[in-house]
Design a protein around this ligand. Structure first.
Ligand SMILES: NC(=O)C1=CN([C@@H]2O[C@H](COP(=O)(O)OP(=O)(O)OC[C@H]3O[C@@H](n4cnc5c(N)ncnc54)[C@H](O)[C@@H]3O)[C@@H](O)[C@H]2O)C=CC1
Ligand SMILES: O=C(O)[C@@H]1CCC=N1
Length: 264
């Protein structure tokens, strides 16, 4: 039995993905804060909605999907009810396995995961790290849970905040770029719907080429950039406005914010 504690955006996305991957609703349970949310999840997925304490007592795998700021309260609530041998998977940004371990009974295996919203379309990037009591079998269980909804990569926990900044938040940066490009289309007099279609298809085409060609992104960009042509005129402006430096600083800021989150 897998329990998702705090089934909000990420928790629901994982729940739906696990069901798409073939698990039965009877193998899953979820917890929520608001009753209406529970009713909606029960109706949408047919899963049982239980209390955090019931989930902790019953499920063999507990997936903690509340916001980092709510993690301490949730752990204090479930700690007396988590029997040994349970696997605890934490999905929260910034929360270390040490933070979880010190609030749970000694020896509980904890795996830290950073996934992202493309879980919803089975294209997530999930990076996982073991806590001090998690072994190969626990990492395998986490991989089993996450691989049907995307790629899974093992990394040392020291890189988790960087992964959060890169791939956890990553989809937001691409959406932001798409928004800005559509605005540029509007500036140039393009109807919004047409601009959006062009930008989305260019993004999908570029993403599929990146994933499937095996070519380095620099080579793919160079192939678009004709001598004396249009693309280099745009690239010159991007360089002039320090877009690359802005990306480096933005992702570093996201990493630093992740480091602060466990502190509240
Ligand atoms: N949104 C994103 O793109 C990503 C989020 N994350 C992480 O996933 C976690 C969840 O994020 P979201 O799904 O975006 O947040 P969310 O706010 O949509 O979901 C959290 C849910 O937990 C519920 N909750 C809070 N305390 C509770 C408690 N004590 N018992 C039961 N339910 C409780 C809330 O009512 C809410 O529905 C966060 O820790 C975040 O850092 C990770 C990767 C990407
Ligand atoms: O913005 C956040 O804090 C969460 C973590 C990664 C993506 N969203």
């Amino acid at each position: 039995m897998i329990a998702i504690l705090g089934a909000g955006k990420m928790g629901e996305a994982l729940l739906s993905g696990v069901l798409r991957a073939g698990r039965r609703p009877a193998e899953l349970m979820a917890t929520v804060r608001r009753e209406e949310r529970g009713a909606l999840l029960r109706e949408r997925y047919g899963v049982e909605i239980v209390t955090n304490v019931e989930a902790a007592r019953t499920a063999s795998t507990l997936v903690l999907a509340v916001k980092p700021q709510d993690m301490g309260t949730l752990l204090d609530e479930i700690a007396p009810h988590v029997p040994s041998g349970r696997l605890v998977i934490s999905m929260a940004a910034g929360i270390t396995t040490g933070f979880v371990e010190e609030r749970l009974p000694a020896g509980v295996p904890v795996v830290r995961v950073m996934s992202n919203t493309p879980v919803l379309v089975d294209q997530a990037m999930s990076v996982i790290s073991p806590g001090s009591h998690a072994g190969e079998e626990h990492l395998k269980l986490a991989e089993e849970l996450l691989s049907p909804v995307g790629k899974v990569l093992r990394i040392p926990e020291s890189l988790q905040d960087a992964a959060t900044a890169l791939s956890g938040s990553g989809p937001a940066y691409f959406y932001y770029l798409v928004e800005a490009m559509v605005d540029a289309g509007i500036l140039l007099g393009m109807p919004r719907a047409a601009a959006l279609e062009m930008v989305i298809q260019s993004a999908v085409g570029a993403a599929v080429m990146l994933r499937d060609s095996g070519e380095h992104p620099v080579l793919l960009r160079e192939a678009v950039t004709s001598p004396g042509g249009t693309t280099i005129a745009a690239i010159r402006e991007l360089e002039k406005h320090g877009v690359r430096a802005a990306v480096l600083e933005a992702i570093e800021a996201a990493r630093d914010r992740g480091r602060e989150l466990a502190g509240g």
